[in-house]
Design a binder for this molecule. Sequence first.
Ligand code: ADP
Length: 623
Amino acid sequence: MDEKKMSWQEMIKVNLRGIRLIYSLIPWNMFLTVLYVVIDVIYSYWSYFFLARFVDDIVMHASRDVLLTDMLLLVVGQIVVNLLFKSMQMYYFYGGSNVWEEANAYLDQKLMSMDYEYMESETIQNKRRDIDAMARNNGGGLTILFWYATPVIERALQMLVAFGYMIHLISRCNIAFSGEPWKILSFIGGFILMFAILLFISMKKNQMAQEKIYQYNEENLPKFRQYNFYLNEYIGKEECGKTVRMFHQQKLLCGRTSNLYQKIHENINRISKVDQDRSQWVEAIEVSISGLIYLLLGIMVLKKAVTIGSVCMYAGCITNFLWHFRMWNSQWVELVENTKYVKMYFDFLDIPNQKYQGTIPVEKRDDDQFMIEFNHVSFRYPGSDQDVLKDFSIKFRIGERLAVVGKNGSGKTTFIKLLCRLYDPTEGEIRLNGIDIRKFDYKEYLSLFSVVFQDFKIPALPLGETIAVSSEYEEENVRAVLKRVGLGDLLEKMPQGLETPLYTDFDKNGVDISGGEAQKVAIARALYHDTPFVILDEPTAALDPLAEYEIYSKFDELVGSKTAVYISHRLSSCQFCNDILVIDGGKAVQRGSHEELVQEKNGLYYTLWHTQARYYQEAQEGC
Ligand code: ADP
């Protein structure tokens, strides 16, 4: 987090931007907030004003009708304003409780539309996680801004009205102390002095306390992040459940989480203590100020400068003033401290997309004649000092089947990431029909590819929507593609056909599918989108040998006239491709058909083929 102290101008700018963001997320709540503030102020002073009138009318033996009107105004008026206030409050609170969810969705939208390389950056991911951890910890960020900015304005208004009454009271001093201006001045001076002391001490105390509280919260952040990780991303995850049981990780994990929680809890206790300590001094001065004002009021009643009824009104106003002052003060300091957490949102939201989005439309060719060329491409991941691809040059055209093989870590997936422009090369160019792919409109360029990534995920959505990636789709086309990948039987068994939700995470009527079926669903999803290029990165890793054979034998039928790039570290899976590219240490080292490559005895393919063949043979003999 940026430790640099923010200037007042910057703080105001950040908070105003935060408020604008909140009301753009929940626009209807703005009107409610203004009403809420106005009605709350009216509600507070209604009783003081009409109670004073009622008491004065009693003292002055007013008629029954006058007293009845006073009563009605006091009681019925208060009930009506209260009812209005409560119903307003309900909607206002409802809006407030949405701030976090709406802000979360907004942040996730940003995360999903960021350049992909940010997704792989720990620094960026931590920025998002820290916003989350802080908000879950104490509402820091937009939630505090929403809940405190309105009261800060409302309390300032409350104090302003009370202040108006106090000015009125002071103006009456002349009657009470006629001929003794030094008494008036000493009361006013005393009041101003006490108030200045109160303001200074409470501001300082609150600020010191708040700084400590935020320091403790910041110390808690990494612990919260870890705690959230264990709880949400490990312990609660189905896929981790197996490892937990197999390796008896329960004790280790529970020890770790309870240790973290204990530390978090210790910090929370420290925070409550600071919170308690801060109010003692402030309360003592508040009591002194009230005492001074009650003394003044007493003298003024004795001198008949104010009526008995007015005493109720002024006393109420003073109490109201001091109460709102105390609350305003602590909420104001909290808002000031919270600014850095609001800034965290904008530090994240303002991360610019660096990738050039391009403008040239991708040519829609009837003959689908696309040629891809990697021209002396080198690439290193951001923050790394090693090239993953080095002076990498290849060409392939539409309709071809290109298999990319190589050892783990040789750069196969990176090659795909560059082809799909998830990253741009550090050096060299990738060209589509002779034009640098960076120049093409990014969205249009992406629409040329369907990819099944090694680490694909299938969301818990209805089957049809999953394949089409849309809630509207041509049922016939979805059914056809499911049959093509060998999921016809599965579809038959689905109780609600294409409407059947996958997995039971969110729907008890869902159907859980196996890893192999999920992989076929991912292949079907790629094929449904009728794109010129289909890329399969280790597509058969979760398939059993029969299913793998089924996919290979039908590969031509599956892919049709599309260009297929097929990645695998298992050489036997690639024999069906007439064009095999061998990558080693980020370089394209060999290319040819299987028959050609096994002949090159000094080549890597030969070594890998024979090593893998020997391994399978030994495994077979061992069985
Ligand atoms: P393959 O698909 O052949 O197994 P990859 O292309 O996934 O290999 O990885 C090639 C190299 O790049 C590996 O050394 C890997 O550690 C590194 N690498 C992959 N992704 C990243 C990343 N996001 N940041 C830094 N290094 C990475």
